[in-house]
Design a protein around this ligand. Structure first.
Ligand code: VG1
Ligand code: CO
Length: 540
């Protein structure tokens, strides 16, 4: 096998965090852009020679090309065994489980998650360690150091590998194993959930529509829902992964999964509508004419955790990210379980999951998970819901409203301000924090700030302190806002404002319930002054 070095120069824009590196597709098309990242990852790892590397992606444009490059570089760098999903596909949670289950050294995932794909969309790369968890910051910092000093990478001469068939082949002294991406994951789900109970639910005439959004979960959903669980054919829509996601923004929420939402609110709505994102780690749940907010969903999962045999006796506690509404806190109080509030980002859940502080965690951005894999998991969350529906034979609406009537309702809204200027967005955040510090108890539109601070978090296990994870503003006991900059946009900036209002009245519309708080925040932030008129606003 002819292994050779290729000279290269660093790209100064390359960074890498626990959710990897996301850039416009055209940025990745630059010469050696991907190669620099991959070699820098390998240069930061020790002792992988002869070991297993898992490679997969969400099927977006360039996935196929990038996988060929990575396979060849992994062979040149002396990995002994490469496991790659058929046609280059692996959902993020499925890859995470395969890494852990095969005792692989780690895995490279090609995904920009919920960001749009295609020539004009985004591409991304991420590294997961042997536990299946995303690489920690200590490691991603090493990746970046290496990216900034790279001068060559290792490559082999070889034709492209045919990834369309499940089989094994040898390249040099490396075994390349092409696996069915669905098999291991679907087996694992059957160990967690009561498939027989869910099968009976479908037999009773229960109807579900799952929207794979032309992304990676299509084949998983078709096999699990339609083959194994007996959901009628056609229950899965947009089930073929497409390189540009059919032009859709593969982010399951009320804006981007519009057709599914219309179906759920239409005349012949199925009993359950669900969707997942580009790489399969997020989920959305809707009942008939009823949207389940992710914060309420987490509360329902927590309440029913111990009715799932896999979790019986293993329900240690729950964590939610701070921007996620606190419905689950109320359930935890009742169940006498610890409930942690973490900053945004899956990495903060990792140490809690690994150290049995929690069994369940979730975010407002439609992500939830447990210790079953070290990533959030969209289909797992949907199966969890199906299992609960099968046991209780209640509707999603009844399950959520049951929580509201017992504990009060927390209304939630996320407002995203997208601007093409990261500098302006930062300026807004800076002036907002100094304004709150200099005028602590100001009254805006008759709402008085009772507390304003940076959200700082100490990891309960490692005692590491993470400062300034967003600005937290309380207006008395019932209204809270959090403001932070998104960390996953590929260009420009997004300011995210999370609004929460607690009310004993459970039948208000979210807009009505949150209007005073929304107006106060608009006033306080003065968006036009800082960001100008070119701001795109979305609400989720
Ligand atoms: C967003 C979400 C956050 C999530 C992250 C990665 O981050 O808000 O909750 O953990 O995406 O999700 P940000 O910094 O843009 O708000 V995924 O599906 O892209 O792995
Ligand atoms: Co995702």
């Amino acid at each position: 096998m002819d292994i050779f070095a290729v000279n290269t120069k660093p790209y100064s824009d390359q960074s890498f965090g626990t959710s990897g590196l996301r850039r416009k597709t055209e940025v990745f098309a630059q010469e050696n852009y991907l190669e620099n990242i991959v070699q820098s990852i390998f240069n930061s790892l020790e002792g992988f020679e002869g070991q297993t590397l898992v490679i997969g992606g969400d099927g977006r444009y360039r996935n196929d090309k990038a996988i060929q490059t990575i396979i060849k570089m992994a062979v040149a760098n002396q990995f002994g065994h490469i496991i790659v999903g058929q046609n280059g596909l692996l959902s993020t949670p499925a890859a995470s489980h395969i890494i852990e289950a095969t005792k692989a050294f780690g895995g490279i995932l090609l995904t920009a998650s919920h960001n749009p794909g295609g020539k004009n969309g985004d591409f991304g790369i991420k590294y997961n360690i042997a536990t299946g968890a995303p690489a920690p910051e200590s490691l991603t910092n090493r990746f970046v150091e290496n990216m900034h000093k790279i001068d060559h990478y290792w490559m082999i001469h070889a034709p492209d590998i045919d990834l369309s068939k499940v089989r094994e082949q040898i390249l040099g002294s490396t075994i390349i194993e092409i696996i069915d991406p669905v098999a291991d994951y679907s087996r694992y789900m059957q160990q967690i959930f009561d498939f027989e109970a869910i099968r009976q639910l479908f037999q009773s005439g229960f109807k579900m529509t799952f929207d794979a959004m032309n992304a990676v979960t299509g084949p998983y959903a078709q096999y699990i829902f339609e083959e194994l669980l007996g959901a009628p054919k056609g229950s899965v829509i947009r089930g073929t992964p497409l390189p540009d996601f059919g032009g859709m923004h593969p982010e399951p929420n009320l804006n981007y999964a519009k057709e599914l939402v219309d179906l759920a609110y239409g005349k012949n709505a199925p009993d359950l509508c669900a969707a997942s994102d580009g790489d399969g780690d997020r989920y959305m749940i809707l009942g008939k004419s009823f949207f389940v907010n992710p914060a309420d969903s987490l509360a329902v999962l927590a309440e029913n955790m111990e009715s799932i045999p896999f979790y019986k006796g293993r329900f240690y506690g729950v964590a939610r990210s701070m921007p996620t509404g606190g419905a689950v806190d109320l359930v935890c109080q009742k169940l006498k379980k610890n409930c942690y509030q973490t900053p945004t980002g899956w990495k903060f859940f990792g140490s809690l999951l690994e150290n049995q502080k929690i069994s369940l965690c979730g975010e407002e951005s439609f992500g939830a998970g447990s210790f079953h894999v070290m990533e959030k998991d969209g289909l797992w969350a949907i199966l969890f819901w199906l299992n609960i529906l099968a046991i209780t034979r209640k509707t999603p609406e009844q399950l959520v409203k049951n929580i509201w009537t017992r504990y009060g309702r927390i209304y939630n809204l996320t407002v995203n301000y997208n601007t093409d200027s990261a500098v302006k967005a930062k300026h807004l955040m800076d002036s907002l924090s100094s304004k709150l510090v200099s005028v602590p108890n100001q009254t805006i539109n008759e709402m008085t700030v009772s507390k304003a601070c940076f959200f700082d978090y100490t990891d309960p296990v490692s005692k590491t302190l993470f400062t300034n994870q967003g600005i937290l503003i309380n207006f008395g006991p019932s209204d809270q806002a959090m403001i932070r900059l998104s960390g996953t946009v590929s260009s420009g900036a997004t300011i995210k404002v999370y609004l929460h209002h607690k009310d004993q009245r459970t039948n208000l519309s979210s807009d009505t319930a949150l209007e005073p708080l929304f107006n106060a925040l608009q006033n306080l932030m003065n968006i036009p002054k800082y960001l100008g008129k070119n701001v795109q606003i979305t609400k989720t």
